[in-house]
Ligand binder design. Sequence first.
Ligand SMILES: [Zn+2]
Length: 311
Amino acid sequence: MKAEIVNGWPQGNSIRILLTETSTAQVNSVRRALIADVPKLAITRVDFAQGINQDNATGDVYESVNTLPDEVIAHRLAMIPIPTHPAEGIVFPEDCVNCKDMIEKDKGCPSCQILYSLKIQGNPKDSDDELKYVYASDLSVISDPMFGLKEEHQRIPITLLSKGQYLQFYAFATLGRGRDHAKWSPVAAVAFRPQMKAILNKPKKAKVLFDLDLKTTDGKAIDAKLFGKDKTISDINIVFDLEKAIHQVGAGTGRDAAFDDAITFEKVEDAFVFTFETDGALTPVQAFNGAMQELKGRFENLSTDIEKAIA
Ligand SMILES: [Zn+2]
């Protein structure tokens, strides 16, 4: 299997990758590895402070009661993407040399866990605002600052505090895999389809589409010129745009008879366009490389298992 990033990608957390010399089964195993096997950091334990605090300056009393139950807050924290930095050597808690022989409650050290804290209280009694929003940006990282949340995740809301309420906790993130919990799955919308070429069969009838003045994502007009001299388009991004555009002249539009399959799509053998996005904990390239690593490890294990079984 060969992998090549499609021109102009990744865009933000999304990517298109062209996979060639491969089969549906192989590409699907990459898809499954991305969803279930690529390790990612996520908050997995939260220690909430409980009790009553008094503000020494104002005399206001704050209580650790909340709109949302602790379990729901812990779940919301778990879903916040934690920057994972695969090259930094963070290990799974069960593989950590410092912690693996410890009892459950003592587990956790700088090699296998990232620590965050949050301490925030509701608005003062005399404030006009009844409610205060708690955002992901209120989390502070106690471990290495490189694990601080990314700008794009700062505005994720966690909960609301009324006057007289406070929220205080320590949160612990560890590496995990999507197969154990969705919070550890680094990707969304993982899909693939055969690579296609678009062929202009009937330039005159294709005018039904061209006259709609549609544009490709990068702003080129969808017209006969786009197809060039050989009346074929192989550019993956443009073919994606054309596949969308063709719905305007498809069944149920009243234009399909006049269009009469003027443009058709032809499969490229053993080639697939693979698309997905990450939640931002990993870049799309890191996630894809992670999936390759996981698959490689698995097949190496498989081959030694087979050798053992045969010997
Ligand atoms: Zn450890």
